[in-house]
Write a protein that binds this ligand. Structure first.
Ligand code: PDD
Length: 291
């Protein structure tokens, strides 16, 4: 069965030629996106994702192509046509079609594309083992709070990590502080046993998983500090992990050549991982095959 995408009012095979050459998303990366996890037919934290999507659009003054309710209907229909109950939904909205010009057109009709694919979430074995990250300079712009489709620095960082056998690249700002991963947020447990992550701001994407994990930590009575931490502090931390919609809560056991603590996922990380999985309904996915 070929995968079906929603493109500007039509459901078409993913391979169809359905995007105009002068779509500003294609020519300028003038657009935004969202990635939402669906488990057992239920979209996780849908409202938070759609709030963030609408915020990204507002920040770039792109008119939403349809209402929130209509977008939810399109997501549901795309899942149905692809016969997927566990999936990752990708929503992309660009400013639409206009003759190529650096000056943003005053009006226009945004383009909407929705695709879905089978969720490939980390297996319990991968989570138990944890992962390695490498550090790289953060070469992105200063509006990382907008979920822009302009991702070239992220792609280059992630590709380097992949080539070096690491799962993720942790990006480091000019002052030596970790901002976030190329497609995930970064966390440590410091020497005092406090959970530390960089405050939300323009230098990181406010992750939905991040917001949920902050709430869970506070509920569990874990002391939380939102402050920047350096790469050196991370290498000497008690625990480290990363979060995202598709990586969930993933322990980080090595940063570059430094083993974090004793090289196995720490207890706070495990506690948060278990709570997050329960809340996300991941217990229905009992085997790696299902994931
Ligand atoms: N990435 N930081 C960056 C730069 C990201 O791209 C992402 C998400 C996150 C985590 O956000 P969330 O918890 O809402 O997934 C942080 C998505 C999954 C992606 O690009 O595929």
């Amino acid at each position: 069965m070929s995968r079906i995408a929603y493109v500007n009012g039509r459901y078409v095979p993913v391979g169809a030629r359905a995007i105009a050459i002068e779509d500003r998303g294609y020519q300028f990366a003038d657009g935004i996106y969202e990635v939402i996890r669906v488990i057992d037919g239920k979209a996780g934290d849908l409202d938070r994702h759609l709030d963030r999507l609408e915020r990204s659009l507002r920040e770039l003054a792109i008119e939403p192509p349809m209402s929130r309710a209509a977008l939810c209907a399109v997501i549901g229909e795309t899942l149905r046509r692809n016969r997927l109950r566990h999936a990752v939904v990708y929503i992309q909205i660009s400013r639409g079609i206009a003759p190529r010009n650096h000056i943003v057109p005053a009006s226009g009709r945004a383009s909407l594309v929705v695709t879905v694919r089978r969720a490939r979430l980390p297996s319990p074995h991968e989570v138990d083992a944890g992962c390695r990250v490498i550090a790289m300079p953060d070469e992105r712009w200063h509006r990382c709070d907008i979920k822009s489709i302009g991702l070239l620095p992220n792609l280059l960082a992630r590709t380097k990590a992949h080539r070096e056998g690491a799962r993720e690249a942790w990006l480091v700002d000019d002052d030596g502080f970790v901002t976030e991963g190329s497609s995930s947020n970064a966390w440590i447990v410091d020497g005092e046993g406090r959970l530390v992550t960089r405050p939300a701001g323009t230098e990181i994407l406010g992750g939905i998983t991040r917001s949920v994990v902050l709430e869970l930590a506070r509920k569990l009575g874990i002391e939380v500090v939102e402050r920047p931490f350096t790469l050196e502090e991370a290498k000497g931390a008690r625990e480290a992990f990363l979060t995202s919609t598709s990586s969930l809560v993933m322990p980080v056991v090595q940063i570059d050549d430094s083993i974090v603590a004793n090289g196995v996922p720490g207890s706070i990380t495990r506690q948060l991982q278990a709570e997050y999985s329960r809340r996300a309904g991941l217990d229905v996915l009992s085997t790696q095959q299902d994931r």
